[in-house]
Design a protein around this ligand. Structure first.
Ligand code: AMP
Length: 477
């Protein structure tokens, strides 16, 4: 996204300050100039002065609000004021994050903001060999960004000691809870010095996180940039009620008809993500999946392709998507509604990042209605909806059906001839029948009743309230 389109640039002096006003070290402000950050975001304005004083802090902020810089900048400044000899196998700042992708992005941010400082940083995440991480820690580092499991492995293997940690950051704490990392986090907290600065960031504050914060932090200041668990204001949210079987075809139709730059499609399961990739491929739409069954290099390759725009549609599970910081995601699709309502907030926060507008379209079949009720209760909004139950998706130009040789042989015992479409299989052939059923929605003949004919309550062209950080800020007060 072009920096000029970021709203906090346009807000002018509303947020009282420029980065210079914080008194950050010159090498840091120079790096910010390179990043073209002109004005601090609301979470940065509220957080940076407190963190600079060394006080503990709870930051309630969604993804895309600029919270990484909100903790990275003042911590780098404190490091720069107090450079000292690094202890072997130790770190001075420890950042814990729930996913590998998010950890990698946090490290990139520290490296970008600290590029004119002499800081040593490293990453400790699972899914890759430990040897390189052990070597990187050998002489000690200033900043270590880690996922909790790998961090504990390193500690248990005597590759790392936590007794020199000066500042501990817990990012996306609510997601740590969802992913079952809370016990690991408690173990880690028990190993870091009592005298330290602790910062905890979370999009939502469920009871367990409030309790954890009470145990971990001393006299923290709490800052929030959005009311708890409300959704990003600049996201245009829509619900489509539909039959489960119609989901593949409606998704394909929307991917064709919506003005999409990059689309992120959420499924509840890994298996579901792969299934959507296959159904889209049958409809002639290229997509890639990212989830926990993919190896780390595979995940990185797919993410890089998505970031560069080589892959336009990414199918993801909640956990895999957690660390995706890709600007320019114009659309989030909830192919399956999440059963944890907070996940909805996280998911749609992937679009409208850094102040951009975004669209979040959620499918809701009969079984998912209770999930929708929970979500609307949490966000305190009735999401505009359309009812497409019993209607047929718009006909899209379909590529010629491609039958795999084994299906062909199963049908008539003859080998498949390339480029020659075959009739669908008869009912008595189980494997072929499964394929037909899976694809049924995509092949129905339809009246031209695509997204153009659908009356969403609020259209994209209509003005939306509370689009900028100014109003988010006001809402928070
Ligand atoms: P985060 O919430 O930390 O994931 O940041 C979201 C995006 O906003 C990232 O791409 C950052 O590079 C960008 N960003 C953070 N702070 C600023 C700022 N003050 N001005 C412009 N862009 C920013």
């Amino acid at each position: 996204m072009h920096p000029a389109s970021r709203p906090w640039r346009r807000i002018g002096l509303f947020y009282l300050t420029s980065f210079q006003a914080f008194g950050l070290a010159e090498p840091i402000t120079r790096a910010l100039t390179d990043e073209q950050y002109v004005q601090p975001t609301p979470i940065q304005s509220k957080t940076i002065p407190t963190v600079l004083t060394g006080r503990d802090l709870i930051g309630i902020a969604q993804t895309g609000t600029g919270k990484t810089a909100a903790f990275a900048l003042p911590l780098l400044h404190r490091l720069s004021l107090n450079p000292h000899h690094l202890e072997k196998k130790s770190c001075r700042i420890l950042v814990l994050s729930p996913t590998r992708e998010l950890s990698a992005q946090i490290l990139d941010s520290f490296n970008a903001y600290g590029k004119y400082l002499r800081v040593r940083t490293t990453l400790a995440i699972g899914g890759v060999s430990m040897g390189k991480q052990v070597r990187a820690l050998m002489n000690g580092v200033d900043v270590l960004v880690a996922t909790p499991g790998r961090l504990l492995d390193l500690v248990q293997n005597n590759a790392l000691r936590l007794n020199h940690v000066e500042a501990l950051v817990l990012d996306e704490a609510d997601r740590m809870l969802d992913m079952g990392f809370i016990h690991d986090v408690r173990k880690i907290v028990a190993k870091v010095p009592i005298k330290r600065q602790t910062l905890l960031f979370s999009a939502t504050m469920p009871r367990e996180i409030t309790e954890l914060a009470a145990q971990m932090l001393r006299d923290p200041e709490t800052v929030a940039v959005t009311p708890q668990a409300t959704t990003v204001d600049s996201v245009d949210q829509r619900i489509i009620h539909l039959d489960r079987a119609a989901k593949p075809a409606v998704l394909a139709e929307l991917l064709r008809s919506e003005p999409i730059d990059r689309a992120l499609v959420f499924t509840r399961t890994k298996h579901g993500a792969d299934k959507v990739v296959r159904s889209l491929a049958k409809a002639g739409i290229a997509a890639e999946a990212i989830h926990g069954n993919k190896s780390q290099p595979q995940r990185e390759r797919v993410l890089a392709a998505f970031r560069e725009g080589k892959v336009r549609t990414l199918i993801a599970t909640d956990i895999a998507a957690r660390g995706i910081d890709v600007t320019g995601i114009s659309h989030v699709f909830n192919y399956d509604l999440p059963n944890i309502p907070e996940s909805y907030v996280h998911r749609i926060g992937r679009t409208a990042r850094a102040g951009a507008d975004g669209v979040a379209i959620s499918f809701c079949d009969a079984e998912e209605k209770p999930y929708l009720r929970d979500i609307e209760k949490l966000i305190r909004i009735a999401i505009p909806s359309t009812d497409r139950r019993g209607t047929r998706p718009a006909q899209a130009p379909q590529p010629k059906p491609q039958w795999r040789p084994e299906q062909q042989q199963q049908r008539n015992g003859k080998p498949h001839r390339r480029g020659q479409p075959q009739k669908p299989a008869g009912r008595h052939q189980p494997q072929a029948r499964a394929t037909v059923a899976h694809d049924a929605g995509a092949r129905q003949a339809q009246p031209p009743e695509g997204i153009g004919g659908v009356a969403f309550l609020r259209r994209k062209s209509e003005p939306r309230p509370n689009r900028d950080f100014k109003s988010v800020h006001r809402a928070a007060r």
